[in-house]
Design a protein around this ligand. Structure first.
Ligand SMILES: [Zn+2]
Length: 143
């Protein structure tokens, strides 16, 4: 039997000023990443100032497209009620090299996840928080 990757139940993130839009913009279906207003560099995790040019930063909407950079498959329910298996991954957003988001890959068999696989954001709502998960980019999305 093929096992499908689940989104694990997990502790919700501590939402701070810089990360608020990252965790809540999913309400409007948008993935927002902190971006320097000076040089245009994306910064994740968010920073109040750009380490390159010292510019102010603000949330910027990105495409939600990414590629799997690294991943691990977890079969161990580390806490009671944790759905397994699940895939923990670092995905590289298409907007900028080495712009990584740590996330879960959902919506496909765990054995199908590959490094370099194209994925897109899919939000999982927990109250006011929308966790950015990623799922395989289907053929229908390839336009
Ligand atoms: Zn900058």
């Amino acid at each position: 039997m093929t096992e499908t990757s689940h989104a694990p139940s997990r502790q919700l993130p501590a939402v701070e000023k810089e990360t608020l839009s990252f965790w809540t913009a999913g309400a409007e279906g948008r993935l927002q990443i902190c971006r320097c207003e000076g040089c245009g560099r994306y910064l994740h995790p968010p920073l109040p100032r750009c380490p390159d040019c010292g510019g102010d930063t603000s949330p910027s909407t990105v495409s939600g497209r990414a590629r799997v950079a690294t991943f691990t498959v977890n079969h161990q329910p580390w806490v009671p009620g944790l759905a397994v298996p699940f895939v923990f991954a670092a995905v590289e957003l298409v907007e900028q090299p080495e712009l990584y988001v740590f996330t879960n890959i959902i919506g496909c068999p765990v054995d199908d996840v590959r490094i370099g696989m194209a994925v897109k954001v899919a939000f999982e709502q927990h109250g006011d928080i929308f966790l950015p998960m990623f799922q395989p980019l289907g053929a229908a999305d390839a336009s």
